[in-house]
Design a protein around this ligand. Structure first.
Ligand code: SAM
Length: 536
């Protein structure tokens, strides 16, 4: 029987208030080729009109995979919102429910099961999901047997309230309960509501081989940690994704081996706080102090994981996200400098340039320490791209604090930025202890100033590339011209150049001739050094 897998992703986390135009081609990947081989898939891409104004959105590429696998004949429609972690989780969900016989579809009217993988990071993200749920109501009216499930952070935050408040929701599943989905879906099919929002101290989905959705067959996400222990006062993540735990390096390496064998050329190691990665045989990071001497001595830290992965696959580019400044060690920088295949790019959110605000946010570093880290990055990896996350209008933020943010930006001159107005999240320490007292128009104005400065710095950084040659990994045809390829330099900047004889997945040396604020335009010279690992 023909099986159609069709998934729909929308990125709202890096929302309209974010300006990093160069990052809009972060894509979903993984061992797609393997999947193609084993399940005979044909690939088609479709444009998703939702959120098309968002320069950072995945802009709704929809992927259709036709397979010949047998199925139960039931179809699911999955729509995802939020961070890369959520997209990566949707790949896990597709794998688990795919094994349970569920086909996927892009056509809402074909779906027996509609799943929304949700984000709680800002109020706007939650509102978007509520609007979508209202839209699904119309479908339920005409097809009462259709079931609607809410997955992810909003499910975790609102728990059973979802079943009571949103009458159309039949299924509520938190980020650590996806293995229970086949049972929960069976419950729902039997006419009962189902909920599992138990957060785990162990679950890393290390044994689930994700179905690579929206894959270009070149770049893939690989989750290495789940949860977060940082307790930044503004952030809902520790409450929705639980305590931080790391995945066994063996299963990470095995997943990357599979990706490499399937032809993938780049992996992004993913976690809320990757630099905090710590494998000591399993268990939450907070219990490391209780581990045995042997476990402590043989523990694998992030720089060691990076070293392992980069050494095992010199022909694969390695990226990682997100780094929290307080956890990023100099050892990581030295490993990056040691391996040419670890991309010279660090996403290093700072949120504010003011010590008073950093302190109120419970960020565990000062402005000075952050600047010293930046200095060390520039010294150890001179051509490193650096990007930021910034929050405008945190409670009690003064004009002087805001000026500190702008002056820190001047100091760093980031390549990219993801910038947001502060959004109070129920249950967070900031919501409990601090009044959301910066007027909306002040937040907006400060955000605009931050965005304008970032645009200036983005242009400045891009101009530095003109006349230089960079190695580009080709990902896809340029959106604007079918005669051009689009790929990324190590620094994560998008590079567009005439196709000539090069192919998707090639590493190409491109001489940069000119730039816009978001893109480098160049001419191919020859294959780049990494290509030699893939031919002969
Ligand atoms: N773990 C990373 C860190 O904290 O460095 C990123 C976590 S979060 C998924 C991504 C970004 O969303 C944050 O870096 C922050 O800029 C923004 N964010 C998180 N909570 C927010 C809130 N309550 N209001 C506005 N922006 C928020």
């Amino acid at each position: 029987m023909s099986k159609t897998v069709f998934i729909f992703h929308v990125l709202t986390q890096v929302g309209l208030d974010s300006i990093n135009k160069s990052n809009n081609n972060m894509t979903f990947c993984p061992d797609f080729c393997n999947f193609v081989r084993t399940k005979k898939i044909a690939l088609m891409r479709h444009s998703n009109p939702v959120d098309s104004k968002n320069p950072n959105a995945y802009n709704g590429e929809v992927l259709e995979l036709n397979t010949t696998a047998t199925s139960s004949g039931k179809k699911m429609f999955i729509e995802s919102y939020g961070c890369q972690m959520n997209f990566s989780d949707s790949e896990i969900v597709a794998s688990i429910l795919g094994d349970a016989g569920y086909e996927t579809t892009s056509q809402l009217n074909e779906a027996d099961l509609i799943l929304v993988n949700t984000c709680s990071i800002r109020e706007k993200a939650e509102q978007t999901v509520r609007n979508r749920l209202e839209a699904f109501q119309g479908i339920k009216k005409t097809k009462p047997n259709v079931k609607v499930g809410v997955l992810g952070c909003m499910a975790e935050r609102l728990k059973s309230a979802f079943l009571e408040e949103e009458k159309i929701v039949d299924l509520v599943v938190g980020p650590d309960a996806y293995k229970d989905l086949p049972n929960l879906v069976a419950e729902v099919e039997a006419g009962r509501d189902a909920i599992n929002v138990i957060l785990s101290k162990e679950e890393t989905y290390g044994d689930v081989q994700p179905v690579r959705l929206q894959s270009n067959g070149v770049t893939a996400f690989v989750s290495i940690t789940r949860g977060c222990d940082n307790m930044c006062t503004f952030c809902v993540v520790p409450f929705t994704r639980g305590r931080e735990r790391s995945r066994d390096p063996k299963s990470i390496l095995a997943e990357i081996d599979t990706l490499a064998q399937s032809g993938f050329k780049e992996v992004t190691l993913l976690g809320q706080n990757v630099d905090s990665y710590l494998w000591y045989g399993g268990g939450p990071k907070k219990d490391f102090a209780k581990a045995s001497d042997l476990q402590q001595k043989t523990a694998v830290h992030f720089h060691q994981l990076l070293d392992l992965v980069a050494t095992a696959h010199p022909g694969i580019r390695i990226r990682f996200s997100t780094s929290n400044p307080q956890d990023m060690t100099r050892a990581v920088l030295h490993i990056m400098a040691k391996h040419p295949n670890i991309c010279n790019y660090i996403h290093l959110p700072v949120q504010s340039g003011s010590d008073a605000v950093l302190n109120a946010m419970n960020r565990q570093h000062s402005r000075q320490e952050y600047m010293e880290l930046i200095d060390d990055i520039r010294r150890i990896i001179p051509d490193c791209g650096i990007s930021q996350d910034m929050i405008a209008g945190f409670p009690n933020e003064t004009e002087a604090d805001h000026q500190d943010t702008l002056s820190l930006m001047e100091y760093v001159k980031y390549d990219f930025g993801f910038m947001f107005m502060y959004s109070e999240r129920p249950g967070t320490p900031a919501a409990k202890k601090l009044e959301d007292n910066i007027p909306e128009e002040v937040k907006k104005r400060r955000l605009q100033e931050i965005v304008a400065l970032q645009q200036e710095h983005g242009r400045y950084r891009n101009a530095q590339f003109v006349g230089k040659t960079v190695e580009v990994l080709v990902e896809k045809a340029s959106k604007k011209s079918d005669a051009h390829w689009s790929g990324r330099a190590q620094q994560n900047t998008v590079v567009v150049f005439p196709k000539e004889h090069y192919q998707v997945g090639d590493f190409v040396n491109v001489k940069i001739d000119s730039c816009t604020s978001a893109t480098l335009l160049g001419t191919a010279l020859d294959f780049g050094p990494t290509q030699s690992y893939h031919h002969g």
